[in-house]
Design a protein around this ligand. Structure first.
Ligand code: MG
Length: 160
């Protein structure tokens, strides 16, 4: 088995949709980034790449490449899963924590889990998503940005 961790942070800006775990969440602001800036999915991608020993999302999908401009991060995750399979591994489970002062994501978590699990080719119960605020403290508390942490366990395909 292999484990990996991922962390990501994006700035909140006006005039962009807020996309988290592949779901467009209604909010006054969205996240700034070259892709759709889905911070939750980026953290998961980095956790998986970390477990594979394959570096990070910036190496595989550079933000200087126009191919990735505005791309759905779910497409990036699907690509990461392909790389994982080429390493002979698949997702055992993943646990993701979103750190945001607002909005509340609980109404959307079930849909996010289904989208991420589908991309990871595992049942939704293998993907856990939880959220916390910083009690108003720091740049997250003042709603300048949103962060996400993820850990994942990879298991060998041949062990299944
Ligand atoms: Mg990112």
């Amino acid at each position: 088995m292999r484990i990996g961790m991922g962390y990501d942070c994006h700035r909140l800006v006006q005039g962009r949709p807020l996309i988290l775990g592949g779901v467009t969440v209604p909010h006054s602001h969205g996240l700034e980034g070259h892709s759709d800036a889905d911070v939750l999915t980026h953290a998961l991608c980095d956790a998986i790449l970390g477990a594979c020993g394959l570096g990070d999302i910036g190496i595989h999908f550079p933000d200087t490449d126009p191919v990735y401009e505005g791309i759905s991060s779910i497409k990036l995750l699907e690509n990461v899963i392909k790389k994982t399979e080429m390493e002979g591994m698949k997702i055992g489970n993943a646990d993701i924590t979103l750190v945001a002062q607002s909005p509340r994501i609980s109404p959307y978590v079930k849909e996010m889990k289904c989208i991420l699990a589908d991309a990871c080719k595992v049942p939704p119960e293998r993907i856990n998503i939880k959220a916390t605020t910083t009690e108003g403290l720091g740049f997250i508390g003042s709603q300048q940005g949103i962060c996400a942490y993820a850990v994942c366990l990879l298991i060998p395909i041949k062990a299944l």
